[in-house]
Design a protein around this ligand. Structure first.
Ligand code: F6P
Length: 563
């Protein structure tokens, strides 16, 4: 039976938080001066992650009230329900078990859900992916003309692309297998650019789609199939016959999907297909067979470390009391920022160039999960939900949009992420011989201090600033930030970071009473695109049924398209 969501705004904790906000005068300078233990008390560890919440607009009373709020909305029970495989994705009547994807082999007791031993299924698929990847990486797997694979193209979109591409970029130093490229956009430029210069004889395509019905992915897969087969046929590398083409597809196409029947319809050998399950949401699937391109790129042992990283944070989230539970505290802090301090957006600022796709990855994870206006029982939400997540790596962002965070009128909580060990230790030998990673990290440390403590009028004047520009140079401070540090950007740490944000997202969804695991909001656009396609192609009847703005736009397109 559906447990109805508890309206967070009717809880005692919500009232307390409302009062606390009303009485709070943010003063991070004063709070740090008066309380030398603040940083220590408000910093936590989860796995290898060190997380400092002390530069947020929080005090102990706020943290205590947020923890009470989590208890009042039954966060611990909902979390346990997710881990045990209850159908908490109510609108799709599904379990939510991405945490099962990273349970170690032989974990006891085994996880049995809906009568199925999930652990066995997960590990059987992993073994299949590992065995295939080993064949490709060792050169034993040959293309149709007998050459080993040098390049992998992953074709997918949303969760079937953003996770693999983000992790491939994040773990470049660990990628010693074939080069990977990614096609997601249905703009034909994406496929054209990605295949440019590639040798079809040494290219392997991974078609990744949970449903295997996604228009973009299937269109791209057909385009790449035709590129590959045409090139091989023209070069005389394969017979120009159904049998010749089918042999080439077997050697150059594999698929990842929950719909293995549709994979077979596409012409991909079922032996070359890796399955997963409807209880893995697309945006939670990078650690399933959707990560096949990653296993090809970095090998079994690195992928196992990646999964172990997720699991470490799962264990932390599942077992740590709320007072020390990092994902829960960060999710609750986001609730505080959104619902009490009025933040509309949330910046994620990795000080690690290899994490440059992490903000884009988090956009789908957080916004597709929590951008909802109804609760899991269909009733309207009772407060703001979801924030706009965005970001770019530091220090690039400092020279672009940080101005608005420092001195603009909006409150923008920001997560700063850095690692202690550089991937490329270098000294500025032609300059002052400084360690360049230390210059980089100095910026990471300086920014959160500047945002928190600002610069007063007196300080600006003391620098000899002309009076007429003193106010322009004042920094108000009290801009909330969270600092996340790890020893190095290893496969495990990347897994830990992803799991951290998965559980933060879950925590917020539970407080707001929403189903964080469906995504009905993407359907309408898909339906309309289908209906509009004939109009774009020149069907006047179809065009006539569109609104006047859409008609004019399509007519503009038709008049201005040059062949
Ligand atoms: O349209 C949204 C969505 O369903 C995402 O949730 C998903 O990650 C993406 O499309 C791709 O879906 P699929 O893996 O089924 O191709």
């Amino acid at each position: 039976m559906t447990t109805p969501p508890i309206d967070p705004t009717t809880t005692k904790a919500w009232d307390r938080l409302t009062d606390l906000e009303a009485w709070m005068t943010p003063d991070l300078r004063g709070w740090f001066e008066q309380d030398p233990d603040r940083a220590q008390r408000m910093s936590f560890t989860a796995g290898d992650l060190y997380v400092d919440l002390s530069k947020n607009l929080l005090n102990d009373a706020v943290i205590a009230a947020l923890i009470d709020l989590a208890e009042e909305v039954n966060l611990p029970a909902r979390r346990d329900a997710m881990f045990s495989g209850e159908h908490i994705n109510l609108t799709e009547d599904r379990a939510v078990l991405h945490t099962a994807l990273r349970r170690p082999k032989g974990a006891t007791p085994a996880l049995v859900v809906d009568g199925q031993n999930v652990d066995e299924d997960v590990h059987a698929t992993l073994e299949k992916v590992y065995a295939f990847a080993e064949q490709v990486r060792s050169g034993q797997w040959k293309g149709v003309t007998g050459k080993p694979i040098e390049t992998v193209i992953n074709i997918g979109i949303g969760g079937s692309d953003l996770g693999p591409v983000m992790v491939y970029e994040a773990l470049q130093p660990y990628c010693d297998g074939p080069d990977c490229r990614f096609i997601s956009n249905i703009d034909p430029t994406d496929a054209a650019q990605t295949t440019a210069g590639l040798d079809p004889e040494t290219t392997l395509v991974v078609v990744a789609s949970k449903t295997f019905t996604t228009l973009e992915t299937l269109t791209n897969a057909r385009m790449v199939k035709s590129w590959l087969l045409d090139a091989l046929t023209k070069a005389g590398a394969i017979e120009d016959s159904e049998a010749g083409r089918s042999k080439a597809v077997t050697k150059h196409f594999v698929a990842v999907s929950t719909a293995l029947d549709k994979v077979a319809d596409f012409g991909i050998d079922p032996d070359n297909a890796f399955g997963f399950w409807d209880w893995v949401g697309g945006r939670y699937s990078v650690d399933s067979a959707i990560g096949t391109s990653l296993v090809l790129a970095m090998g079994r042992s690195n992928f196992e470390d990646f999964l172990a990283g997720f699991h470490a944070i799962d264990e932390h989230f599942a077992t740590t009391p709320l007072e020390q539970n990092v994902p829960a505290l960060m999710g609750l802090l986001n609730v505080w920022n959104v619902n009490f301090l009025g933040a509309d957006t949330h910046a994620v600022l990795p000080y690690a160039q290899y994490l440059h796709r992490f903000p884009a990855y988090l956009q789908q994870l957080t916004m597709e999960s929590n951008g909802k206006s109804v609760r899991w029982d269909g009733s309207p939400v009772t407060c703001e939900t979801g924030e706009v997540f965005w970001g770019e790596p530091g220090t690039n962002g400092q020279h672009a949009f940080y101005q608005l965070i420092h001195q603009g009128t909006q409150l923008i909580p920001a997560d700063f992420i850095a690692v202690a060990t550089p991937a490329h230790p270098v000294r500025d030998t032609l300059g002052d011989d400084s360690d360049v990673h230390e210059l980089f990290l100095a910026n990471f440390f300086a920014q959160t201090a500047a945002l928190a403590f600002g610069k007063t009028e007196e300080e600006v004047r003391a620098e000899g600033t002309p009076e007429e520009i003193v106010s322009a140079r004042v920094f108000e401070g009290n801009k909330p930030t969270t600092s996340i540090m790890a020893p190095a950007l290893t496969p495990s740490v990347v897994g830990q970071l992803i799991a951290l944000y998965e559980h933060i997202t879950f925590t917020q969804g539970i407080v707001w009473g929403i189903d964080s695991f469906d995504q009905w909001g993407v359907e309408l656009g898909k339906q309309l695109a289908k209906a509009i396609t004939p109009a774009v192609g020149g069907d006047e009847d179809a065009l006539g049924s569109q609104d006047s703005s859409t008609q004019a736009l399509i007519r503009y397109y038709r008049a201005n398209r040059s062949n």
